[in-house]
Design a protein around this ligand. Structure first.
Ligand SMILES: NC(=O)c1ccc[n+]([C@@H]2O[C@H](COP(=O)([O-])OP(=O)(O)OC[C@H]3O[C@@H](n4cnc5c(N)ncnc54)[C@H](OP(=O)(O)O)[C@@H]3O)[C@@H](O)[C@H]2O)c1
Length: 289
């Protein structure tokens, strides 16, 4: 039995669809969800649902009964102690004799100097904790999701221009669908135990590059406005964006500007057995008519 957490989220759902496409019978997949009402598509496909919350240890212990492999998708609950949440899931897995955990983490150049320590510390803390349990692990160090570009680019960016202070920093963006497929490969084939993979695209692009691609795709000039950090924070504040969100976006922009995601490492093509989706193709599917 394979259990996928965050199954009503984007990555969890796409991983389950990839497992089904690979021929894993639906009754051998369990989806951990917080709200079963959001998982109608999964139950219609015959996937088992278990209700659980990372904060509620007993709910996770119950959900993991009889599970051999766990796809642990990192929590997006910014208000919570996410490291503690991940430890809860890992402890519950240990208690149930889970044999292999695939954990979603973050690819970055240098943990010590990163502009997003609040993200990296949780991921590295989780990975260290997982390694100490002795359970076989596979760590997915994901780069930034191509699906996040719209959030970074700002309100109405196709018309107003991309308003994001990332300078000319480049990111080997990758769509979540490719990550879900790679996770399904790891969960269904041998040889991935005790490994850490860089999950990134083959080519890295700046927001100037993205603006150029979007201009080609939409037939209208999309500008890349590259404000300085203060101008950016002031504009977002005036638009009513909460301070924490401004801080979060500014930190990611800084990390991109500093080239932190441009690590020049990737295991994705090997895992997929094909080239990962190119960014322009993703943008065409997402923003083309
Ligand atoms: N590298 C990147 O660019 C990048 C970008 C975005 C996110 N991420 C990371 O990758 C993860 C997956 O991304 P995504 O796009 O699939 O995010 P998503 O669509 O927001 O899904 C997150 C999932 O986590 C579940 N969750 C949150 N708190 C939980 C809790 N306390 N107990 C149980 N489940 C909980 C959510 O449940 P509900 O469906 O009930 O809300 C949701 O299903 C994120 O959580 C984040 O850590 C990375």
């Amino acid at each position: 039995m394979i259990l996928v957490t965050g199954a009503t989220g984007h990555l969890g759902n796409t991983a389950i669809q990839s497992l089904l496409k690979k021929g894993v019978p639906a009754h051998e997949i369990t989806a951990l969800v917080r709200d079963e009402k959001k998982a109608a598509n999964l139950s219609e496909q015959g996937v088992q649902l278990k209700t659980g919350n990372y904060n509620d240890y007993n709910s996770i212990v119950d959900a993991l009964e009889g599970v051999d492999k766990l796809f642990l998708i990192s929590s997006n609950d910014v208000a919570a102690d996410t490291l503690l949440q991940h430890k809860n899931v890992i402890n519950a897995a240990k208690e149930n004799g889970v044999q292999h955990i695939v954990y979603i983490s973050q690819e970055i150049k240098d943990d010590e100097t990163t502009a997003i320590p609040f993200v990296i510390q949780v991921h590295r803390g989780t990975a260290e904790y997982l390694k100490k349990t002795g359970i076989a692990f596979t760590i997915f160090n994901d780069t930034l999701y191509a699906d996040s570009i719209g959030k970074f680019a700002g309100e109405g960016f196709l018309e107003n221009g991309i308003f994001f202070p990332a300078g000319d920093g480049k990111v080997p963006f990758i769509p979540r669908t490719d990550i879900g497929e790679a996770a399904a490969v790891v969960l269904t084939t041998p040889g991935h135990e005790y490994k850490t993979y860089a999950i990134t695209g083959n080519n890295a692009y700046s927001f100037e590059d993205i603006a150029g691609m979007l201009s080609d795709i939409t037939g209208k000039k999309v500008k890349y406005l590259n404000p300085d950090l203060d101008t950016y924070a002031e504009a977002l504040g005036k638009a009513g964006v909460p301070k924490e969100v401004v801080g979060f976006l500014s930190a990611f922009a800084t990390a991109i500007r500093n080239g932190e995601f441009d690590t020049n490492r990737s295991d994705l093509e090997n895992l997929l057995g094909r080239k990962p989706m190119e960014l322009k193709e993703f943008l065409k599917i997402t923003y083309g008519k």
